[in-house]
Design a protein around this ligand. Structure first.
Ligand code: ATP
Ligand code: MG
Length: 519
């Protein structure tokens, strides 16, 4: 017999969140919603995929996220044009193999026709005229090559590479994070005209092509919050951190540590990066290949290294705290004062630089227990230049993203699990005369907010009570011929088999007060 479970499996790095875990997830997310809204943050929902350039520009082309981890979904071109482009490379392969260039020219002609259609429907050629230029070049090469059979091979190659850039601005990526999307939405919807600071939160899946392991998935979930507006007062940072700390406490994650740092602004950070780069060049031979590469591309990331053999060297590197400009130093000092005033425990960590290019000044991270090396459950910071970088007005910003997968894992591995109510009542009815009463009372109990299971088909009492037990119901509501005749219900508490005979009114009273008692 075929094992049906083996036919299809969730893609590597993705997983199903099933009951009862899904209830824990819902509770976790609902707790965030309730809390964040009490801090006057509002929900924002942005698309799961965006223009690839949005992430390249904001997160940074040299970051791991953009460099290696993004899922770019082909392009947004119509299947016509995509197909014509695919045919181009296929027929080129064939031409090389058979030494007959004719099929290739044919497919160039079809490709050009597909482009014509795409221009007409404004599918390509909208952003700048790069597409138009490529198109004209291909046409020119095509007609020249017809006269000059000597150079067909070079011409074909050039056509292929030009064809590959047409419509490239349409490249899309699944979002690896959502701050860039929120900033894009802020600009696109003119949210800078809204009164006060714009305080937004989001909940949803993110996608990164990483090596799957405990606490690291290719589709994972984040809960994030962002404050955008004109002010960069340290009190905003402090309030964001307070909200975060209160959240972790509320979801029962008590063994967490908050690390904070300041990585300076566009005035002082570049100077520090140069000092750091100089120093790193001196010790280059003692570093691993990743860090060596980062000396040129992104020296701050070296501080993030977890390689044991690099730790002693990193400990002796120049520290950002000694290179902050007066304003940044002041901002950081005020933030720490605010945190103390609010009774928020934190540790300073000068090596906390974060992997994204857009951060300025305040950066922070929260770690939790029970997660092994994937112990960061939240990362965040200030990003004062981001909105402007994406073409918006000068805007300050700060935010964080909580990794729900890891936070929930940590709660399951030693945090305080919430009491989630589950199935309250199983309606054990028997005899067709009892059925209408069962349907009626089930509706009433559900209206009262109780979770109720009503078997669709008649069952013997013993089987009914057995199923109620297996489903984890707290009560079985017995409705048989006797009950219908007497106009009462028998409520059986499954934990201790205690039974009560109750009228409909008494039953509703009793179960409602029980529900309230469970909070
Ligand atoms: P890490 O250093 O662990 O890779 P990160 O710096 O890439 O984390 P951020 O981009 O700051 O992470 O994202 C914020 C949070 O999202 C992280 O602290 C983590 O909890 C979670 N997170 C990031 N990547 C993943 C992933 N692949 N799977 C599960 N959670 C993730
Ligand atoms: Mg990462």
């Amino acid at each position: 017999m075929a094992d049906h479970r083996r036919q299809f499996r969730a893609i590597k790095g993705t997983r199903d969140i099933l009951p009862p875990d899904s209830a824990l997830w819902n509770w976790f997310e609902q707790t965030a919603r309730d809390l964040f809204e009490s801090y006057n943050f509002r929900d924002i929902r942005t698309p799961a995929f965006e223009d690839t350039n949005l992430f390249a520009r904001s997160v940074g082309e040299e970051t791991d996220i953009v460099h290696k981890e993004m899922y770019s979904i082909g392009d947004s071109l119509s299947s016509n044009l995509s197909f014509a482009r695919w045919m181009l490379s296929k027929s080129h392969e064939t031409s090389v193999r058979t030494h007959d260039i004719q099929p290739f020219w044919k497919s160039v002609d079809s490709f050009l026709r597909a482009c014509d259609e795409a221009f007409a429907s404004e599918e390509i050629g909208r952003k700048g005229d790069d597409d138009v230029q490529c198109f004209e070049k291909i046409k020119a090469i095509r007609s020249e090559a017809g006269n000059d059979p000597e150079n067909t091979e070079d011409a074909a190659r050039e056509i292929l590479s030009l064809a590959n850039t047409i419509g490239l601005h349409g490249l899309m990526s699944l979002r690896p994070e959502a701050t860039a999307s929120v900033a894009r939405a802020y600009i696109e919807n003119g949210m800078q005209t809204l009164p006060g600071n714009v305080k937004l939160y989001y909940i949803g899946p993110m996608f990164r092509r990483e090596r799957p392991q405990k606490g690291r998935y290719r589709q994972f979930y984040q809960i994030g919050a962002e404050v955008l507006g004109q002010s960069d007062a340290p009190a905003i940072d402090a309030e964001v951190l307070e909200m975060l700390v209160v959240f972790f406490k509320r979801v029962g994650l008590t063994r967490t540590t908050l690390y904070v740092n300041s990585i300076g602004c566009k005035e002082c950070r570049p100077k520090y990066v140069e000092v750091l780069r100089e120093k790193l060049r001196e010790v280059k031979d003692q570093l691993g290949p990743d860090s060596q590469r980062r000396i040129d591309t992104n020296p701050l990331r070296v501080l993030d290294s977890k390689l044991p053999e690099e730790q002693a060297i990193i400990a002796k590197l120049p520290r950002i705290s000694d290179h902050l400009c007066a304003e940044c130093r002041e901002h950081f000092a005020k933030l720490k004062e605010e945190l103390n005033m609010r009774g928020i425990a934190y540790e300073e960590n000068w090596r906390l630089v974060r992997g994204l290019d857009y951060y300025t000044r305040t950066t922070f991270e929260v770690t939790a227990e029970g997660l092994g090396s994937q112990n960061a459950v939240c990362g965040g910071g200030r990003y004062d230049g981001l909105v402007e970088l994406l073409g918006g007005p000068p805007t300050k910003g700060i935010g964080f993203a909580i990794g729900s997968d890891r936070a929930i894992l940590s709660i399951q591995e030693g945090g305080t699990l919430p009491h989630l109510s589950g199935l309250a009542v199983f309606v054990a009815w028997m005899g067709q005369a009892a059925y209408p009463t069962a349907v009626h009372i089930t509706r009433k109990l559900r209206e009262a907010g109780l979770a109720v299971e009503l078997p669709a088909e008649e069952m013997k009492f013993k089987k009914s009570l057995g199923l109620a037990d297996k489903l984890g119901a707290r009560y079985a509501l017995i409705i048989g011929e006797d009950e219908v005749a007497a106009g009462t219900f028998t409520l059986k508490r499954l934990a201790d088999s205690e039974q009560k005979k109750l009228s409909e009114y008494e039953l509703l009273e009793y179960l409602e007060s029980e529900r309230r008692g469970r909070g």
